[in-house]
Design a protein around this ligand. Sequence first.
Ligand code: ADP
Length: 187
Amino acid sequence: MKYYILFGPPGAGKGTQAKFMVEQFNLRHVSTGDLLRREIANKTPLGIEAQKLIENGLLVPDEVVVGMIENLFTSERTSAGFLLDGFPRTIRQAQMLDELLKKNNEEVTKVVSLMIEDELIFERITHRAQIEGRSDDADPAVIQNRIETYHQKTEPLIEYYKERGKYEEIDGNQTIEAVAESIATIM
Ligand code: ADP
């Protein structure tokens, strides 16, 4: 199985590119954000806990998201592999993912990183708020928290995957089509 990680700050265009990638490369799209929003919509105990954190721009506990990922890995094995979108988001999650895959003699295939500047993050998320109506997109203070959470908790993953020779960076500042083409050349 292939395990691609789609990496980048909030609003980098991960969701948009994921749609192209899953079709082109026969991957199963796994977005921890989408999975959590489903739990919230269904008002599950997990969803109720997650909602408070998400609405403050904070991360959901590592064990919770890794548990969701583990379930998916065992139940959905029909495609050529997985496209992990929004996961891992902390060093601990990356370590737990490595351990999980190692059990089956597997490993992360590649990290595809979409890079954009903080100013552009604001612009894109504010725009998305009008289209998708996500509550965590509506409040500038929450967006700011998500950006800070990204720099503090998630950005260290760049070094983690560089050290392992798995990191590929793409300029997320280009048009949607140009980003998609850049991705296709490194897959
Ligand atoms: P974005 O596109 O803004 O990065 P996502 O849809 O990926 O948003 O995630 C929305 C929220 O869900 C995050 O801000 C975070 O609170 C929570 N979340 C998603 N993935 C994870 C994860 N791997 N670990 C912890 N929290 C997560």
